[in-house]
Design a protein around this ligand. Sequence first.
Ligand code: 3PG
Length: 219
Amino acid sequence: MALIQHGDKLTALQAMQDAPVIPVIVLHDIQHAVPLARALVAGGIRMLEVTLRTPQALACLEAIAREVPDAVAGAGTVRSAADVEASLRAGARFAVSPGYTQALGRACREAGLPLLPGVATGSEIMMAQEDGYTELKFFPAMQAGGPAMLKAWGGPFIDVRFCPTGGVSLANAPEFLALPNVACVGGSWLVPADALAAGDWARITTLAREASTLPRRAA
Ligand code: 3PG
């Protein structure tokens, strides 16, 4: 847990290496943000991807960044330079995107915001690599080929590390994490909507603890 100190400049690789799972978080209620982040941190999960999918997302990100120093708040579903700017203003220390464009890559590079760009094909990997990105999100992982796809990519793309996300669960995460080119996985299962609605923070801590102790081969 000593890898990242509060306030340190982060790299995408560090974001991937901190824990075996990056939770994909969808927040509709600002009141949930801080207790959720504390619950995840209590279970050993500090890299938190708050998706920019709700009107409250940026305020939630900002609250976590401000009030939970042991968490590292990142922005998910980042798709444009405007998203990058808004995420930075809210205190995001890393960004995750569902796809890749050169404009997004440039915006993150210029802002100094570590980015995990989403890719689903060899051409997308090559475009991201051309722009200097070698830590990538494989999205949507199960739908786009699952562990077999990552095994195939391990041949030509030996210098790339992936965070498969999309359809990943506690049950199939070990299969991904056993691969040499997988540093971590992403998933929403750590933050079930019903647990959030009920404020069942203990359940979320339990899910986080399970996730944070998953074995992985490449960290
Ligand atoms: C997403 O961006 O929605 C993630 O891929 C989450 O997928 P999951 O809900 O299947 O974990």
